[in-house]
Design a protein around this ligand. Structure first.
Ligand SMILES: *Cc1c(COP(=O)(O)O)cnc(C)c1O
Length: 496
């Protein structure tokens, strides 16, 4: 996001004020209570202090920030969020979030459709009857195949995964949850929270779940649910979902797909699109066969934090959400409220409006949001090629998505670790207009040898640091040559 791209914001902030004033005036005069009036100078002072403190952030917006999976939201999301926040609806129920709950349903429909679900209303079908939007056809005849019959937005991927694992525990009681060793740490943590044992399945030399190990594990019994990851947070590795699902079905095991990171790459996975490797694309296309899926619009979907989503194949999972609320639901009759199918109670209506507004302009199509994720994928491919041919770096593994892993050549793992650390800090310390922000990733000696890298020596206890870069901003693609040159220069300077 360039500073120029934020341009429309100023005007729309003004329009938002205009709208809200007009709307409020329709209800006649109301004045804020004097206790809320604050001194204008004090207000200004606090603002000055805020903006001073905010300078401590790294420049997530800049193409040379390729550290973590961070980027500013789209101006449309900001306008949607801020305008709605002035009203502050709560998507717990249709009374508190009359407009934004419908927007949330439309967003969830669009996500379901993206994953290959033949669109139909969710459990709200026939109840409140609003038609599907974003060009998603409304078709009641397609209930058999495809997942995503019930879903909602959440505050985060963590809560979305918690809900999926909670439902998994209810459908497969007294059974364990298996996830890959490279899955997000939240799966182990949430299993613990749910009092369900969890097992880590080893990964192969691409950081993907090892299917031989998986079958050995589930054929022995005791596993109720397998979590497959579509884009690990560390390396962006995509588990072979298409091959794992038949295995899981064979043993009666439930399947949850954690696509918090990679979900939007589904837009690049149609047959004939060659930006993803064929096996990766096939994995994405199989997500519609899973029992549940999680996606984080606040990662690739250009949303401010506070926007995850969980979708379930079977709408009957709503029955697990034991729920009655004597103090909400006044006006909306039999319509289903989001609070009835969500573990979270209050949820931001503004967050739904932000996503809805974004999807009006960048729908979940190859030409819409697909064009937002494609440049990052192309950038990763181009950079990987340069790293493979570099004199100072080795490519750690082929990127499945838009996360590139690589390491400075060194005499030993300790040397690789030291050099990686120096590149990270020296890149950040450079003058602002030349700075480069990468990230590190810890690997064990076996991780290196499994990938054919022959680097001798012991790794530090936590593992040796290598480098990891996330090329998720479209703006990074045209700068890949410069970024590669900059990181090579930093590497060469370590010994100089
Ligand atoms: C980010 C992420 C999570 C956690 O989601 P939050 O939105 O950070 O809570 C879970 N799984 C994967 C694969 C992720 O990338």
């Amino acid at each position: 996001m360039s500073a120029a791209a934020m341009g429309p914001l100023r005007g729309y902030l003004d329009e938002a004020m205009g709208f809200i004033t007009e709307w409020m005036n329709e209800y006649g005069p109301s004045t804020p209570h004097p206790t809320q009036e604050v001194d204008a100078d004090a207000f200004h002072g606090a603002f000055e202090e805020l903006t001073t403190r905010l300078r401590a952030n790294y420049p997530f917006f800049h193409p040379r920030y390729v550290g973590q999976m961070l980027k500013p939201p789209h101006p449309a999301a900001v306008v949607g969020y801020l305008t709605t926040m002035l009203i502050n609806p709560n998507n717990h129920d249709l009374d508190a979030g009359a407009a934004t709950t419908r927007m949330e349903q439309e967003c969830v429909d669009a996500i379901a459709h993206m994953f290959g679900c033949r669109a139909h209303r969710q459990a709200m079908e026939g109840k409140n009857g609003s038609s599907a939007s974003f060009g998603v056809p409304h078709d009641d005849s397609e209930h058999e195949s495809g997942m995503c019959h019930l879903g909602h937005l959440t505050t985060s991927g963590t809560v979305a995964n918690l809900e999926a694992l909670f439902v998994a525990r209810e459908t497969h009681p007294r059974k364990a949850i298996a996830h890959s060793a490279d899955a997000h740490y939240t799966h182990g943590r949430m299993s613990h929270l749910l009092n369900v044992p969890s097992v880590a399945v080893p990964t192969d030399s691409r950081g993907r779940m090892d299917l031989v190990a998986l079958e050995r594990l589930i054929s022995a019994g005791g596993i109720g649910t397998v979590v497959l990851t579509a884009g690990t947070t560390g390396l962006g590795a995509v588990d072979p979902i298409d091959k794992a699902i038949p295995l899981c079905r064979k043993y009666g095991v439930r399947v949850h797909v954690d696509a918090a990171y990679g979900g939007f790459f589904r837009l690049l996975a149609e047959e004939g699109d060659d930006l993803l490797a064929p096996d990766v694309a096939a994995a994405f296309r199989a997500i519609d066969e899973a029992d549940s899926v999680v996606i984080d619009p606040h990662k690739h979907g250009l949303q401010p934090y506070g926007c995850g989503a969980v979708l379930f194949r079977d709408p009957n999972v709503a029955n697990f959400y034991d729920h009655t609320s004597p103090y909400t639901y006044f006006t909306s009759g039999d319509d289903l409220h989001m609070g009835e199918i969500s573990l979270e109670c209050s949820r931001s209506g503004a967050s739904a409006a932000a996503l809805w507004m974004t999807l009006q302009l960048l729908p979940l199509t190859r030409e819409g949001m697909g064009e937002i994720v494609a440049p990052g994928r192309r950038a990763a491919l181009a950079w990987a090629e340069k790293l493979r041919n570099s004199e100072v770096f080795d490519l750690y593994q082929e990127p499945d998505l838009d996360i590139v892993s690589y390491f400075p050549k060194g005499d030993s793992l300790a040397d690789v670790d030291r050099r990686s650390g120096a590149i990270l800090t020296n890149g950040m310390k450079a003058p602002r207009d030349e700075s480069l922000f990468v990230a590190t990733y810890q690997v064990k000696p076996d991780d290196m040898t499994n990938r054919g890298h022959d680097v001798p020596g012991e790794a530090p206890e936590a593992g040796a640091r290598i480098l990891r870069s996330v090329t998720m901003k479209p703006e990074t693609e045209p700068l890949i040559d410069d970024i590669h040159a900059a990181v090579e220069k930093l590497a060469r300077a370590v010994d100089a």
